[in-house]
Design a protein around this ligand. Structure first.
Ligand code: GMT
Length: 349
């Protein structure tokens, strides 16, 4: 595509805390830094999008709830806004992150426009849009159709590409573009952050996620309650969302003095540098951006070896991979291997 000017790109993503929104926002900001004009189109301003930034625009989608509708509709107003922004700003590309409903809305938006105003559509699959919704008969055919209609499809891991072939039976081209991390400089020192958390010489275990069911927070807490290590440890949960539904479990498992929660944190780098070890007990994961983020700060991870995670971290090098399932087994591994070996890796780094 050669227009002789920097491209104008529309980006649609979920604005709430989550890996797909983080990737979409970081990408948009970087494109704008490189001279592209970037238009975010979503029901809310993406949480990592600065209030004002050169060449970056935000177009909110207004959702009405009409009496006749039992459920408010997002797809149609989103597609109308995509078409409006494409037409008024001359967008060259609509890049949608997470297929449902964004890819379908983009295809519909393109149909509303005259041929000369139609943008190319790039769809990036992030995970559950294939692994969960792709398997749902109420969504699968619509996702398959939107992928067929997209000009380019990318997935965040080879695992997700293979799953998209298998689950959706999609045989078109797909490019694997792994998640990336563009770290900011921490605003406080490691010592200051540990002081804020009330952590001194204890080992600080980090878990950072949006707490959705496949993250298996139940297993995470169960695992921590079974760690028999004589080492003292605390657990910092960077929660992208409300952690309160898990507080009963924290109490039941006697972890009140161990667990520290910070919700919807923007300065994750401050906390990443303060951690000694990261822990993930996901049952399904297309990539796991949080492991990559921890890795940048030389924080090794103990994680279940599911989905695309083995593409992110090498067992025994960046941390330890464990089969999904038994909290006792994970706990033993944390106690024996991780506490002894991984913390040596961290302190030697
Ligand atoms: O697919 C999801 O559940 C949503 C998405 C998100 O917004 O957090 O998560 C996925 O996208 C991330 C960024 O590409 C990946 O790092 C996560 O592994 C992936 N989550 C799952 O596959 C469960």
């Amino acid at each position: 595509m050669s227009t002789g000017r920097p491209l104008k790109v529309g980006i649609t993503c979920y604005p709430s805390v989550g890996g797909s929104g983080v990737i979409a926002t970081t990408l948009g900001i970087e494109l704008a830094n490189r001279g592209y004009e970037v238009h975010f189109i979503s029901y809310d301003r993406p949480f990592r999008l600065p209030e004002s930034s050169p060449r970056v625009y935000f177009h909110p989608v207004v959702i009405n709830s009409y009496g006749l509708f039992k459920y408010p509709d997002y797809t149609l107003p989103l597609s109308v806004e995509m078409a409006r922004v494409s037409c008024n700003h001359g967008l060259d590309v609509l890049h949608v992150h997470y297929a449902v409903p964004h890819a379908t809305a983009a295809v519909l938006a393109r149909c509303m426009l005259p041929v000369e105003k139609q943008p190319k559509i790039v769809t990036t699959l992030h995970g559950t849009d294939t692994t969960l919704l792709g398997n749902d008969p109420g969504y699968g055919p619509a996702i398959h159709h939107a992928l067929l209609q997209s000009d380019a499809v990318t997935t965040v891991s080879s695992y997700l590409k293979a799953e998209t072939r298998r689950v959706l039976n999609f045989d078109g081209p797909m490019e694997v573009i792994h998640n990336f991390f563009d770290p900011k400089t921490p605003t406080r020192s490691r010592e200051e952050v540990r002081r804020e958390l009330g952590v001194s010489d204890e080992i600080l275990i980090l878990h950072s996620s949006n707490l959705r069911p496949m993250k298996r927070i139940d297993l995470l807490l169960e695992t921590l309650s079974r760690v028999k290590s004589r080492e003292k440890f605390k657990v910092l949960i960077l929660a992208g969302g409300d952690f309160s539904p898990f507080l009963d479990d924290v109490r039941r498992l006697g972890l009140e003095d161990r667990v520290i929660v910070r919700e919807n944190v923007l300065e994750i780098e401050d906390y990443l540098q303060a951690a000694d070890l990261a822990l993930y007990t996901s049952e399904s994961e297309s990539f796991c951006l949080s492991i990559l983020e921890a890795m940048f700060f030389e924080c090794p991870s103990v994680s279940t070896a599911v989905g695309g995670i083995p593409e992110v971290m090498e067992d025994g090098v960046d941390g330890i991979l464990i089969p999904f399932g038994d909290p006792s087994e994970i706990a033993v591994l944390i106690g024996v291997k991780a506490f002894c070996r991984l913390t040596t890796v961290k302190s030697a780094a």
